[in-house]
Design a protein around this ligand. Structure first.
Ligand code: KE4
Length: 428
């Protein structure tokens, strides 16, 4: 694969954009090398600026679940754009997509649209704090809820501690209100509640974690969080920015059968345009401005262009629910193919998979939380990433990410990917 033009574009980008990218993970820092610059995408394929065709396993980090540049979505956006892109004034379109979301997602009566998953999670936490009049929240090491200050907190020593900011600019004043527990470790959560009793506004959790690679909740983990929140009067926030409209039309709540109090969305809900959302039952959402005192706002929230992209995408999903099982099956086929190659090679590995989320870890320890995810051999991952890229397969450029399959991937694409993996493994 040639990347001459991408390299030149990266040099130019670095002159005017920090790190040459608008989101750090795109800079290939954890895998090295030069980021690929994409010229266009269609279906399951990316076409880079050097004319290489790449099979896409990030689907824009989740949004493009039906594939890139789906004709129905592009046509709908084009028609909508001719009517103007944003008014800052209510439209019937917002009610239409909100009605669809409320009909499909369990345990919600109302939804507020915002412009990103970060905004959705940030607003959900503010709402939980406003309702409970409590200040502390619990998050899990390795879970990612966007770049709002309250979430950029990494565990200090020990599993449960007052967070110490892992980004300069996050104040200790903020960090002290974010308490850290370990994913799949209910005791670590119980310990925090014992220490902080009625001072915890909410737990925010990825019901299936996708930011440490893919990590499924162990039986009883989420159920335990539900019980703890009920016992202590805290709000349970499911961050479904990744899992929403990916694991099922009703997301993880439907797939896992566990009720959250507030659910956040992003990615798929916008169909590739900037949309986030948070939703809950009436008694919670009525606390939100302008009905209630908890303030939240946004110039472009609910803009017609993004709403049209989201509504078209969600409607395609709703009218073809077998897409979710098709996607699961494709992911299983990929899993089995990679597993066969790895067993032949005889190297330590873990493959974690849930629905159409999957990740490969070069470690012989089960990957069940951030600590075990961090034991993966990153230099093996780097070589694997570039080995696959050079063979025409674009994987997430970090071992701490989930792969996102899309419905446009054909059986042949999956077979091609497994063959490329086999060829790479033979070359090392
Ligand atoms: P955004 O603000 O990036 O739309 O959403 C933040 C967010 C919230 N919650 C979960 C579970 C998420 O996975 C994300 C964002 N996901 C990352 C990929 N792991 C986005 C990629 C990036 O940061 O460039």
């Amino acid at each position: 694969m040639r990347y001459t033009r991408s390299s030149a574009l990266f040099e130019a980008a670095k002159k005017v954009i920090p790190g040459g990218v608008n989101s750090p993970v795109r800079a290939f820092k954890s895998v090295g090398g030069t980021p690929v610059f994409i010229e266009k995408a269609k279906g399951a394929y990316l076409y880079d600026e050097d004319g290489n065709r790449l099979i896409d396993y990030i689907s824009s980090w989740g949004p493009m679940i039906i594939g890139h540049a789906k004709d129905e979505v592009i046509d709908a956006i084009s028609i909508q754009a001719k009517k103007g892109t944003s008014y800052g004034i209510p439209t019937a379109l917002e009610t239409e997509i909100a009605t669809l979301v409320v009909d499909c997602v369990p345990n919600i009566d109302k939804v507020r649209f915002v412009n990103s998953g970060t905004e959705a999670c940030m607003s959900a936490v503010r709402l939980a704090r406003g309702i409970t009049k409590r200040e502390k929240i619990i998050k899990f090491a390795g879970c990612y809820h966007g770049h709002s200050d309250a979430f950029l907190i990494q565990a200090g020593s020990g599993a449960i501690t007052f967070g110490s900011p892992n980004s300069p600019g996050v104040t200790q004043g903020t960090a002290k209100d974010t308490l850290l527990a370990n994913y799949n470790d209910l005791e670590s959560v119980e310990e925090i509640f014992k220490q902080h009793d009625q001072h915890i506004a909410a737990i925010i959790v990825e019901p299936v974690a996708g930011n440490m690679g893919c990590i499924a909740p162990q039986p009883g983990f989420l159920e335990g969080l539900r019980t703890l929140c009920d016992s202590y009067g805290s709000i349970l926030i499911f961050d479904e920015v990744m899992t929403g409209f990916r694991l099922a039309m009703g997301g993880a709540q439907e797939r896992l059968g566990i009720k959250a109090d507030i659910v956040t969305f992003g990615k798929v809900i916008g169909g590739g345009l900037p949309v986030g959302a948070f939703a809950a039952r009436n008694e919670i959402m009525q606390q939100l401005a302008p009905d209630g005192p908890v303030y939240q706002a946004g110039t472009l929230s609910g803009n017609p262009l993004a709403m049209r992209a989201g509504l078209t995408t969600l409607t395609i999903l709703k009218n073809d629910l077998s897409l979710f099982s098709r996607l699961d099956k494709k992911t299983e086929t990929l899993h089995n193919g990679m597993e066969r190659v790895l067993q032949q090679k005889g190297i330590p590995y873990q493959i974690n998979r849930f629905g159409s989320m999957i990740s490969l870890h070069f470690t012989d320890h089960p990957v069940t939380d951030f600590k075990s995810a961090a034991l993966g051999n990153n230099s093996e991952f780097k070589n694997y990433f570039h080995g696959m890229l050079d063979r025409g397969v674009y994987l997430p450029p970090s071992a701490f990410e989930s792969y996102f399959l899309n419905d446009a991937l054909s059986e042949e694409d999956i077979a091609f990917t497994i063959h490329a993996f086999e060829d790479y493994m033979k070359s090392i």
